[in-house]
Design a protein around this ligand. Sequence first.
Ligand SMILES: Nc1ncnc2c1ncn2[C@@H]1O[C@H](COP(=O)(O)OP(=O)(O)OP(=O)(O)O)[C@@H](O)[C@H]1O
Ligand SMILES: [Mg+2]
Length: 281
Amino acid sequence: MNTNAVPGTRETLTAGSTAVTPLLKVDKVTHTYGSGPAAHTALKELSFEVYPQEFVSIVGPSGAGKTTLLRTLSGLLTPTSGSVSIAGKAVIGVPDGMAMVFQDYSRSLLPWLTIEKNVAFPLTKDSGTAAERKALIEESLEAVGLQGFNNRYPWQLSGGMQQRVAIARALAYRPRLLLMDEPFASLDAQTRAELEDLVLTLRHRYAVTVLFVTHDIDESVYLADRVLVLSKAPARLVENIEVTLPEPRDQISTKETETFVQIRGHVARLIRSGGDLPQAS
Ligand SMILES: Nc1ncnc2c1ncn2[C@@H]1O[C@H](COP(=O)(O)OP(=O)(O)OP(=O)(O)O)[C@@H](O)[C@H]1O
Ligand SMILES: [Mg+2]
């Protein structure tokens, strides 16, 4: 792969003579909750692809169907029509190699288990011997800056630290695809910025593909190689925006660049219009 190319661009994705196969393929996914007069269509013929090691943000108005989309990707919800595949395999049930991080860390961590046991929780014998699993846990805690916190309990940690534990738990599983649903929405601005930068470091360290749902437009642009903008419900894809910002990203200087300001403005206009904007400026 041409490492000088901008991640997520056509050049990167088709570098060399062979095109790269998408890791995730969402094909005309529609999902309707309920039936009859109470039926609510949350997703409408949604199609997109995510390539190996890409970081793709998803933004859209509240209630658009973003969490519904992640549920269909993780096999927790069967779409009414259309299909989802990972590495060419149809998603039926929870797929291998996928981990999720949710907004509500206080509910996703088990309060009666230590940090180490929380991180160990999803690991099975498939993750290796007991010694190998222990090494995975140690390395994951180190990767999120929580080495030595093994025997604390979630309620002894700050919100930001608890979300670090949730990230460590996802990493210990060594996922190919990491789904994150507004993971930093409950955190203060400073902690949020730190965790954004942590996620950027980790995506490279673990070569993981990330799909990141957020309400925060700055965050969506700052983190991603591409931003997918969804319309108000029923969610359809309004635009696929390449984020042509250089790396490494920096919380201050990246956000001062003309490219960042332009993309942010464009995404904000698309969301404000609910996806009805015929031609965004
Ligand atoms: N289990 C369910 N049964 C019926 N309707 C549901 C269910 N889950 C979600 N919905 C509806 O589907 C729509 C999309 O919900 P979803 O949670 O996917 O939106 P979202 O984009 O994640 O919203 P937010 O930005 O507020 O997190 C909403 O109108 C919601 O009320
Ligand atoms: Mg949601």
